[in-house]
Design a protein around this ligand. Structure first.
Ligand SMILES: C[S@@+](CC[C@H](N)C(=O)[O-])C[C@H]1O[C@@H](n2cnc3c(N)ncnc32)[C@H](O)[C@@H]1O
Length: 248
């Protein structure tokens, strides 16, 4: 279950890759724009502001996230749907997926199918975290191996920029793919733990009996404090992200 309040605690930091991604999308007057994995919709609403004549549709599988989204029909609407199966009801001029495809099994095939849903000259813009080899995630997988050995936490849910470039190139698109490591400067006693609570830790806590949450959080939190010690200006948390923009 997603928690929009916890996720939204770092809204500004999480929005930046969305802006960097959308800066590379050259659509001028799209009619229909889709945001797959829109969450609580604040960033989807920005798409509506950029393209005031477009119909903008946000899609997400989480009722909790969508409950926080403010629709403004008919221009801005939100739909509950699973990215593995939901497809637009008309060719889309822009498809955006920000910080979502790492959660979607078989996302490479989903991306190919979404390319097939683009209108001629349409754009698909993708952004995923690329930090699964970072200490934050390695330590999480180690904790899961001890606490929940039956829970599968993939160490490689996304491709690197070259992988997405190949995928979209093979689908007949022009591709712009890159990566960026943002240095997040965090504050507070357990800032990295607080950050991952909004995302990667969520399915782990959902699978773990509630009476074991405090013990896991204490153990994982201590490991994170060692890996990311506080410094003079705060706790430095490098966060790699992978981007790809495909133009049909
Ligand atoms: C990290 S949030 C990203 C929200 C927003 N796009 C952003 O950039 O901040 C990931 C979102 O993906 C959604 N999600 C995960 N798996 C999904 C799926 N199979 N289909 C649709 N949405 C999914 C979650 O419900 C969540 O709202």
């Amino acid at each position: 279950m997603w928690d929009p309040t916890q996720y939204g605690r770092y809204a500004e930091e999480r929005a930046r890759p969305f802006h960097d991604l959308m800066a590379r999308v050259g659509a001028l007057t799209p009619s229909y724009v889709v945001d797959v994995g829109c969450g609580s919709g604040e960033l989807t609403a920005l798409l509506g502001r950029r393209w005031p004549d477009a119909r903008v549709e946000g899609v997400d599988s989480s009722a909790e996230m969508l409950a926080g989204a403010t629709a403004s029909p008919p221009r801005l609407t939100f739909t509950r749907g699973d990215a593995r199966y939901w497809r637009p009801d008309q060719p889309a001029d822009v498809v955006v997926s920000s910080a979502t495809m790492q959660w979607v099994d078989g996302h490479e095939q989903v991306l190919r199918e979404l390319v097939d849903c683009l209108a001629p000259g349409g754009w698909l813009a993708l952004q995923v975290p690329g930090n699964f080899a970072a200490p934050s995630h390695v330590l999480l997988r180690e904790a899961v191996a001890r606490w929940l050995p039956t829970l599968e936490v993939r160490s490689d849910p996304v491709l690197d920029p070259a992988g997405y470039a190949s995928l979209f190139g093979a689908a007949g698109c022009r591709v712009d793919a890159w990566e960026t490591t943002y240095l997040q400067v965090l504050s507070g006693p357990d800032p990295v733990l607080d950050w991952v609570k909004g995302t990667a830790l969520r399915p782990v806590l959902a699978a773990l009996p509630v009476d074991q949450h405090d013990a896991l959080l204490a153990e994982y939190g201590a490991a994170l404090r060692s890996a990311y010690p506080p410094g003079e200006i705060g706790t430095l948390f490098p966060f790699r992200r992978v981007f790809a923009v495909a133009n049909a």
